[in-house]
Design a protein around this ligand. Structure first.
Ligand code: SF4
Length: 305
């Protein structure tokens, strides 16, 4: 998936995982050898429930499957983390909407903290981040458990009505987005807004600039834009980036070459612009693991491990 990340210029290294430290190593699991890209991203799919019904939801295909109960979820996660004990992993917490699984989320965060497993990304539409559980907001629980990096809040448009139409559900307001941003800044957590390119939404560089300038005015500094996943890509990141490169003040800084991505890095005004271009990669290398419904897979559509 091709991606554009836009952050303040002073944050050259915004990623949890650094390309320079990434390595491919061989590990044995259940008597079978696998080549892992390390640190390997383990996606923990919290469950299918969501307060929204986006037409582009990549998790949609999984959502019709019956969910498992919390204790089975935790037992099987623990079992699978034991299997991965030797492998350097970082965790992405995703769903569905993870903050709707309060009890499960707190148990998972306890388990990750107990096992000292670092978090890479927390993917949410923001609905439960400021809701209170056991006397404190979910964001406070996350901070105490070391869930600090890439708290990616999905937001498809600056205008609330347009955003609601795209999410087909009960979205948080821009005022709530500003509160989340303030909380994360005070507590030194990385929050960013995450959007997908689509015909009826962010479909040009001009629109992306307007979106950024609105959200910067209410305190958000970091953004990620992606091509749509699991459906035919109609708006290509390449087209957006070629519009972007027509701006006179865009300056190329450097490129970095990884196994799965080439990253082209530019600067413009106070922004660092990082264009991730997906490569064919080596399909034998496991770069993503998915824990879904008690089972560990090689990637979102891959084989069981
Ligand atoms: S908010 Fe996220 S999980 Fe929920 S329906 Fe939309 S894309 Fe799917």
């Amino acid at each position: 998936m091709n991606t554009l990340k836009i952050t303040p210029i002073n944050e050259m290294l915004t990623e949890r995982h650094n390309l320079k430290n990434a390595k491919v190593k061989t590990f044995e699991i259940k008597h079978k050898e696998y080549s892992f890209y390390t640190p390997c991203n383990l996606n923990i799919y919290m469950g299918p429930s969501c307060n929204c019904h986006c037409k582009f939801c990549f998790a949609d295909a999984l959502n019709h499957q019956k969910d498992i109960n919390d204790s089975f979820f935790l037992e099987s996660l623990e079992r699978n983390l034991e299997l991965l004990e030797e492998i350097p992993i970082e965790v992405t917490i995703t769903g569905g909407e993870p903050t709707l699984y309060t009890k499960r989320l707190l148990m998972v965060m306890d388990l990750l903290k107990e096992r000292n497993i670092p978090e890479r990304t927390f993917s949410t539409n923001g609905i439960g981040l400021m809701s209170t559980f056991s006397g404190k907001p979910m964001l406070q629980h996350m901070k105490e458990h070391g869930i600090l990096h890439n708290i990616s809040v999905s937001r498809m448009a600056a205008e609330e009505r347009e955003n609601k139409d795209i999410f087909c559900g009960d979205c948080i307001s821009n005022h709530e987005i500003a509160r989340i941003s303030e909380f994360t800044k005070i507590n030194r957590m990385d929050m960013r807004l995450s959007s997908v390119l689509m015909d009826s939404g962010l479909n040009s560089w001009e629109k992306i600039k307007n979106y950024i300038s609105f959200y910067e005015s209410i305190g958000i500094e970091s953004f990620i834009f992606r091509e749509i996943v699991g459906q035919q890509v109609k708006i290509k990141m390449e087209e957006i980036v070629s519009e972007m490169l027509k701006e006179k003040d865009v300056e190329f800084l450097k490129s970095m070459d990884g196994i799965f991505y080439t990253i082209m890095i530019y600067k413009r005004k106070h922004h660092l612009l990082k264009h991730y271009i997906q490569k064919e990669g080596n399909r034998d290398i496991v770069s993503t693991l998915v824990f879904h419904n008690g089972i560990l897979y090689r990637n979102w559509n891959g084989d069981k491990i």
